[in-house]
Design a protein around this ligand. Structure first.
Ligand SMILES: NC(=O)c1ccc[n+]([C@@H]2O[C@H](COP(=O)([O-])OP(=O)(O)OC[C@H]3O[C@@H](n4cnc5c(N)ncnc54)[C@H](OP(=O)(O)O)[C@@H]3O)[C@@H](O)[C@H]2O)c1
Length: 251
């Protein structure tokens, strides 16, 4: 299989896009560490992805805490494993008008969506260097290059993820570490439930996507598999939209 003998870490693996990515990596032969805060939900997801439990391990982690991220990497190291693949999929998207956004809320979004990506990429580098290379996949958003009312902190964080991915791709190419970003459009997950439940907004969004449907987590996962595999060995610093054509069209 494409990812036989590969060791992967997926953050945000308990549900939505992270879960779909963890599943496809596992189905293609990788051993996958699943990280998110809710330990119980993670365990249920791990069982669903790999009922035998031989290809997954749950490590409950709060990616906004340096201590928790440190413990995550210590646990992986203690198992004498180092990562070939890292997928940063954890994220939050609270909607608050910029004038009402508290500094604490701003920092929470930036810490979750951007600062954690930096610390996890940096923590994974040592092992990847020792192994002679690796693949890092950061889940950005089309809202990293397009503004959306009420999502100032989110859009800013995703814009940062896009530039961070390009920057690390350039700096770490000589270590044979490929760093790419995926920019999903509107994907059907818990994060976007309230948009789908609002009929007017839902129709508006569907009208904006040339492929005229919501994306599925699996649509994103298939691209992540490509970026995690040898098929993408000459791809680094790329930002791949998975958005039904939304970012290519104005109307
Ligand atoms: N859905 C979309 O339309 C869409 C579009 C573009 C980009 N994205 C991006 O894709 C990624 C996944 O989104 P999704 O739609 O799958 O969201 P989701 O269903 O809400 O899942 C978010 C995941 O992130 C984890 N998480 C949140 N805060 C965390 C923290 N502090 N520490 C560790 N884990 C944390 C959650 O688990 P716990 O709560 O248990 O920690 C959960 O596993 C996000 O980065 C999001 O911004 C989504």
């Amino acid at each position: 299989m494409k990812l036989d003998n590969k060791i992967a870490l997926v953050t945000g693996a308990s549900r939505g896009i992270g879960k779909a990515i963890a599943k496809i990596l596992c189905e293609n032969g990788a051993f996958v560490y699943l990280a998110a805060r809710d330990a119980e939900k993670l365990s249920v997801t791990a069982k669903e992805i790999n009922p035998s439990g031989t290809k997954t391990k749950v490590i409950p982690t709060n990616i906004t805490s340096n201590t928790s991220v440190g413990e995550l990497f210590s646990k992986i190291k203690a198992e004498e494993k180092s990562l070939d693949i890292v997928v940063n999929a954890a994220g939050i998207a609270p909607a608050v008008a910029a004038e009402d956004l508290t500094y604490q809320d701003w920092k929470n979004v930036l810490n979750t969506n951007l600062n954690s990506v930096f610390s996890i990429c940096q923590s994974a580098l040592e092992g990847m260097k020792a192994k002679g290379g690796g693949k890092i996949i950061n889940i950005a958003s089309i809202l990293g290059s397009m503004a959306s009312p009420g999502l100032t902190a989110y859009c800013t964080s995703k814009s940062g993820v896009i530039m961070l991915s390009k920057q690390l791709a350039v700096e770490w190419a000589h270590y044979n570490v490929n760093v790419n970003a995926i920019a999903p459009g509107y994907i059907s997950t818990d994060m976007t439930k309230s948009l789908r439940n609002d009929n007017t907004l839902n129709q508006k969004l569907l009208a904006r996507a040339p492929l005229c449907r919501w994306g599925k987590p699996e649509d994103v996962a298939k691209v992540a598999l490509f970026l995690a595999s040898d098929d993408s060995d000459y791809v680094t610093g790329a930002v791949i939209p998975v958005d039904g054509g939304m970012s290519a069209s104005l109307m």
